[in-house]
Design a protein. Structure first.
Length: 389
């Protein structure tokens, strides 16, 4: 028998919710494009989507890309890194972000994380900052914004002799629609990168990305770079399609509602799991300071590794609930990153990753369903607790 929960046995392949409005938008854009005098060129739709997204984030400029990966590549390219220039980033991360730093010629310097948020620990960043530091790549892990104020202050304290304070580049691939305590994610730092890949909080038909910035020169350069450099410099084709932009506009209008569903489900989990002594729950907020792209739990230090794996296995096997470790230190999973950073370890990041698991969360989950998932988590933790003692 397939239990109802079985549908959440894996990480949801589509993070957003699609409705008839998205279907209508695609069809309208498709019909329009079939005219040989119009075609599929994104031009106007792309502009409308960019303007709407920029306004939503409180950013002066928004530049659409075909993915967050290429967008981050090009933002890093705009740093014009010289050999030995350093970029600091949190050890728990999406591998793509670190691959991008290395590919663009940066020396990747990994920093420890705050175990409560999985985000960069500003104090540890400050210890690792040097006169070669050109940028701090800040990933808002799993939908929770990092401590931007602290990072801005420390960047200002450590001016590079030629290039000024290290640039804050924010990877908000998982934090579209979140707020960082001062304002919307996307309004701060040098550049913020968003992803509209299929699993993310909103999606433009499975792939897509956006950069927001307040820097007019960066915006101009990013526009050139996605269009073969517009005869002024090197470039390639990183453009979003018209159909993607049309759907993006619809998804953006519904983003707050989709995020609110996630927030409500996470709050319900916090409420139901509060008394489980073995579990460390994600920090709580009232507003959109965490949009719960993923709901992260920590098991006790004594359960690190083996018993954490047992929890995940039992949840999946006995209850049809999928969970993932998001994310382990990138240098443990990607051999190139390991080779690049050489032999050093980040013990805190490694130990937290061994205790971490994120049970599936999706805006289409019903509250009753969420409740039975919590009951399953409690039963599983209790059974592991008995074997552990
Ligand atoms: C998904 C993701 C990316 C890459 O986004 P794409 O649009 O798939 O290229 C980058 N960083 C983080 C943190 C992500 O979660």
């Amino acid at each position: 028998m397939v239990s109802k929960n079985q549908i959440w046995a894996n990480e949801p392949a589509l993070g957003a919710v699609y409705t008839q409005a998205e279907v209508d938008a695609v069809l309208a854009a498709l019909h329009e494009s079939m005219d040989p005098h119009i075609g599929f060129r994104a031009k106007n739709r792309e502009m409308i989507f960019e303007d709407a997204f920029g306004a939503y984030c409180g950013a002066q400029f928004a530049i659409a890309y075909n993915g967050a990966g290429t967008a981050l590549d090009m933002v890093l390219h705009c740093l014009d890194l010289r050999p030995g220039d350093e970029v600091i980033s949190g050890a728990l991360n999406f591998v793509g972000a670190h691959v991008s730093v290395i590919r663009q010629g940066g020396k990747l310097v990994l920093s420890e994380i705050d175990p409560a948020t999985l985000n960069l620990d500003p104090a540890d960043v400050e210890r690792r900052i040097s006169d070669r530091t050109r940028a701090i790549l800040v990933t808002h892990m799993n939908g929770m914004p990092a401590d931007m104020k602290a990072l801005e202050r420390l960047a200002a304290r450590h001016e590079h002799p030629v290039f000024g304070p290290p640039k804050l580049i924010i990877d908000a691939a998982r934090a579209c629609g979140a707020e960082d305590g001062e304002g919307p994610v996307g309004s701060r730092g040098w550049a913020t990168i968003f992803s509209f890949q299929s699993k993310k909080l909103m999606t433009t038909l499975g792939e897509g990305g956006m950069v927001t910035t307040q820097d007019v020169n960066l915006a101009k350069r990013l526009r050139r770079l996605r269009s073969f450099g517009k005869n002024e410099e090197w470039g390639s084709n990183y453009k979003m399609t018209k159909l993607q932009a049309a759907v993006g506009l619809v998804q953006l209008r519904r983003l707050d509602a989709m995020n609110m569903k996630r927030i409500k489900l996470a709050q319900q989990r916090n409420e139901l799991l509060r008394h489980v002594a073995e579990l460390t729950l994600p920090p709580e907020f009232q507003g959109r300071e965490h949009v719960y792209y993923r709901y992260a739990l920590l098991v006790p230090p004594a359960w690190a590794g083996e018993l954490r794996n047992e929890v995940m296995l039992t949840l999946n096997r006995n209850h049809g609930i999928g969970s993932i470790v998001a994310d382990p230190p990138t240098y443990l999973t990607h051999p190139w990153i390991r080779e690049h950073i050489g032999s050093h370890s980040l013990p805190l990041a490694e130990s937290v990753a061994e205790r971490l698991f994120c049970p599936a969360l999706h805006p289409l989950m019903e509250h009753e369903e969420n409740e039975s998932m919590c009951e399953a988590i409690i039963a599983t933790v209790q059974s592991i607790s008995r074997t552990a003692n």
